[in-house]
Design a protein around this ligand. Sequence first.
Ligand SMILES: [Zn+2]
Length: 246
Amino acid sequence: MDRPEIDLEFDPELHVFVPAARRAPRARVAVDGVSSLGHVVESLGCPLTEVGELLVDGAVVRAAHVPARGEQVTVRAVTRPQALPGPARFLLDVHLGTLARRLRLLGVDAAYENLDIGDAALSARSAAEQRVMLSRDRGLLHRRELWAGAYVYSHRPDEQLRDVLTRFAPPLAPWTRCTACNGLLRAADKAAVQQKLADGTERSYDVFAQCADCGQVYWRGAHHARLEEIVTQALTLSPQSAAGSA
Ligand SMILES: [Zn+2]
């Protein structure tokens, strides 16, 4: 039987999701006259969280549009920075622990599950707490319950951080959040937290903060230069935040 076909073109940024045969310049894709364009795009492997504008014959359509025979469809990647329906808060899956700690270092609200609680529980938490689900798992990003989601494109923490910062431009407030638990830090004086410190630490460093949630004490220690470097690099990506924290 002669099934209707459309011509589909994906933005090069989205090629990572689609099989080689579906990539540029255009691919012929059979449609059923019932399924939405959003469904067609997802069924080719591309999560809708990564899709910006959908164009049919040059005009923007919604994901619910049902494609018909002969339509020329263009699938664009999300534009950066991407607007969110609320504050930029995040939820990271079990594989993104380093990224979670770096976001917290920058003061970004980054909840993290260090156990694999499953896609259903993660997407429910994203919805309940209005957090952007960050993951490299496409299946998770297909879930309808998500408040918002984003694919993390790189394996490397440096690139992952740049990816999230350029995509959502969250306000940065370095050194204000606990990298261990995501709680907020408050100023601490050395005398009050002395019993938590090893002898060498007590002699060498000035304590500057303590987590209001878990009690973790922070001081300017051996790793500080590396952390300063991460903060400095992040602030160059986000000039507004840099001005605000100067
Ligand atoms: Zn904490």
